[in-house]
Design a protein around this ligand. Structure first.
Ligand code: GRF
Length: 209
């Protein structure tokens, strides 16, 4: 599998993918920001990079077309969103249906969108975590594949939760990417299999820290 990773920021999840012993190959990294540290991480690993600035495209669809073009050029099989802070158009998402993953810092379907750690604290939740899911046109709503769960401690803040969730992300994202790279998980016409059986519920991993 030829993998492209789309980023906007630090790229610690990109790093986790690069450090993992994947059976696929990260062939390119696309950022919508030229100052994303993730680009440096890619360069350090001798991986091709491309900056496609959203500000250069007045329409979302033309920005997405530029992304799509680059992905085709790299002959990508799998698109990994790793802190990519742009909403993608429905037509772009459809073209990559079943081939595009995202990681979101909450236990979806709870807390789609932003400020997930504070929202979990404000709600008095006992647990929190992150979700790897297929990307669909509706934000943070595609089939969840795996979730990493932690217990919220009395002294947790949004920052401590963000740090702990990040560490969990670095475990579960490469794990799910490898399921697809190795063929343990397949997607066809909206139908997902895992170890040749129909897949319905996300795998839940508990991290007691
Ligand atoms: C992660 O928290 C991820 O859940 C969210 O964006 C953040 C990316 O962090 N989608 P990094 O750039 O991989 O460090």
């Amino acid at each position: 599998m030829r993998i492209a990773v789309l980023v906007s920021g630090s790229g610690s999840n990109l790093q986790a993918l690069l450090d993992a012993n994947l059976s696929g190959e990260v062939v390119g990294v696309i950022s919508n920001r030229s100052d994303a540290y993730a680009l440096q991480r890619a360069a350090n690993a001798n991986i091709a990079t491309c900056v496609i600035k959203h500000s250069a495209y007045p329409e979302r669809t033309t920005f997405d077309a530029a992304l799509h073009q680059q992905l085709l050029e790299w002959q990508v099989d799998l698109v990994i969103l790793a802190g990519f802070m742009r909403i993608l158009s429905a037509s772009f998402v459809q073209q990559w249906e079943g081939k595009m993953l995202n990681i979101h810092p909450s236990l979806l379907p709870k807390y789609k969108g932003m400020h997930t750690h504070q929202r979990a604290l404000d709600a008095g939740d006992r647990t929190h975590g992150c979700t790897v899911h297929f990307v669909t046109a509706e934000l943070d709503a595609g089939q969840a594949l795996a979730q990493g769960v932690l217990n919220i401690q009395p002294n947790d803040t949004a920052q401590t939760l963000a740090d702990r969730v990040h560490t969990i992300e670095h475990h579960i994202y490469p794990m799910v990417v490898e399921w697809l790279c190795s063929g343990q998980m397949t997607y066809q016409d909206g139908f997902i299999t895992y170890h040749q059986a129909p897949f319905s519920e996300p795998e839940i991993l508990y991290f007691n820290s």
